[in-house]
Design a protein around this ligand. Structure first.
Ligand code: DHB
Ligand code: FE
Length: 276
């Protein structure tokens, strides 16, 4: 039987990936060090597969083709070329059987996922893997990508994202084969990369979000998309993907690690390690 044994929320700022894969000196070293306890903890969790809830940044999809929710069902996921060559990280190996089980359970439950049997993955997925696993020759886990549109309005609500997580959590629990599964919600924290409010960071909101994700997710699922954009910035609204992760976990979880560093690039960068 499969079981979810870890939930993680983690930022995907490209500069964070660069800090992790740099030579470990200079300002990057401080950032690198802050995430070290999270890496040790995740290694202890002995995960077989991670479900990575992330958003594509017009790498594999575009404004011409923008599905609301997507699930990968491919054998492998190559790092996407985002305009300056692909990140120098391993190809992610899929968990096809688990992907199809999730599809078979979650679609009849009312979440009409788009199914991707070919998908290149951008920094939204690969930077979190770097933050959590460092830079191995091969990723130590198999991967099921779940994509959320947080780019083109209207984006799915915080409540809808949480409910998708609940459906995914139930589906994992009914998978007949043994798996230790981690669910990773990515993106955020507060940032806005565009317009008059470019550079907007809201550390108070980020810290509230980190705490509420643990014990009071209902406080977050009550936020409208406009609330999220107002508080966290237009790109900070990526945080809804943390709620997919939280929805997949039981009501009671234990926070093992909380990390917050500001700024990385123009972004509040954080991570949260939840144990089931
Ligand atoms: C940055 C943040 C993001 O979420 C992203 O996708 C790209 C860049 C940044 O802060 O630089
Ligand atoms: Fe982003």
């Amino acid at each position: 039987m499969a079981e979810i044994v870890a939930g993680v929320g983690v930022s995907h700022v490209p500069a964070l990936g660069a800090a992790m894969t740099g030579d470990g000196s200079g300002p990057a070293a401080e950032v690198f060090e802050k995430f070290a306890p999270l890496r040790a903890w995740i290694e202890e969790r002995r995960l077989d597969t991670v479900i990575v809830v992330y958003n594509d940044h017009a790498s594999s999809f575009s404004l011409e083709l923008m599905p609301t929710f997507v699930i990968g069902a491919a054998e492998t996921y190559a790092p996407a070329d985002e305009g300056y060559g692909a990140r120098d990280v391993p190809v992610a190996v899929g968990d096809v059987d688990l992907s199809w089980h999730l599809i078979d359970e979650v679609v009849p439950a009312g979440f009409d996922l788009t199914i991707a049997q070919r998908l290149d993955v951008d920094h939204g997925l690969t930077v979190p893997l770097t933050v959590l696993f460092g830079r191995p020759e091969e990723w130590p886990v198999r991967v099921v990508p779940v994509l959320v549109n947080v780019v083109q309005q209207p984006t799915p609500s915080a409540r809808r994202c949480f409910d998708l997580g609940r459906a995914l959590g139930r589906a994992v629990a009914s998978f007949p084969d043994a798996r230790r599964v981690g669910v990773i919600g990515t993106g955020g924290m507060s940032h806005q990369l565009q317009g008059r409010r470019a550079g907007h960071i809201n550390s108070d909101f980020d810290r509230m979000f980190l705490a509420a994700t643990v014990d009071e997710p209902g406080r977050l699922t009550g936020l409208s998309n406009l609330d999220l954009i107002r508080e966290a910035g237009s790109e900070g609204a990526e945080l809804v993907m943390w709620l997919v992760m939280r929805g997949a976990l039981p009501e009671r979880v234990t926070a093992r690690h909380t990390v917050y560093h500001v700024p990385v690039s123009n972004t509040g960068a954080g991570a949260l390690a939840l144990e089931v």
